[in-house]
Design a protein around this ligand. Sequence first.
Ligand code: ADP
Ligand code: MG
Length: 258
Amino acid sequence: MTAPLLTVENLRVSFPTHSGRVEVVKGLSFTLGRERLGIVGESGSGKSMTGRSILKLIRKPGLVTADKLNFEGIDILDQNEKQMRAIRGARISMVMQDPKFSLNPVMTVGEQIAEALVTHQKLPRRDVQARIIEMLHAVRINDPERVARLYPHEVSGGMGQRIMIAMMLIPEPELLIADEPTSALDVSVQAQVLDIIDELVRNKGMGLILISHDLNLVSRYCDRILVMNAGHVVEECAAGQLANAQHPYTRGLLAAMP
Ligand code: ADP
Ligand code: MG
């Protein structure tokens, strides 16, 4: 493996309940290089809380602790909110399930890409239009001039997700966290979106954490896989070794695969 981008040791996430606290991530550890890591597990197993912890996006009364949560030499748990804002979006980007919640509803697609380009790439205004078209092409949008003029509610889910991916990559992050990026999409467009993520991540040599409940999907798009169950990692293996997995929970998932 290449030098780690991210080191996670004994990550724990808990929430208060009427009778104390309930732990939803129970001592998770892994390292990630510039590779594609899949986190798979059924709903409620703690995948999203793991992804959000890395970006320090879990708000009180949630509590996150770790022996180590280190991204490129930065101790994430030591960062204040202002420091985290500089990391989020710029060095670690996140794509979530529904692009409708991430895109600004009152700006056209072109306007929001323009804003991101000017903010993150310090691109002169006169070069912005050409760059927008180029970026939309890169996520395989065939008629970028038209799409740039649309508002988020006027684009399909698959198109919205491709636009989000283009936007998330503007600051050239080192790590992309994709949390169920295609779960809200029709099966026919899921592969298109994942192929685009895959191509861009490989071309730019980024790290990817792909979170999904779908074992088929992570085994296809990832190099390494963590299987989570009820807050624990029950299996960690190379994607190619999955068929030899020993843990009964993983075997159950494999048996349920179509
Ligand atoms: P996954 O992404 O694997 O479906 P999550 O990481 O979102 O699961 O959630 C793990 C567990 O944490 C779930 O049981 C969920 O109910 C619980 N949880 C998430 N957010 C909160 C919260 N704000 N308060 C209490 N429990 C929460
Ligand atoms: Mg989730």
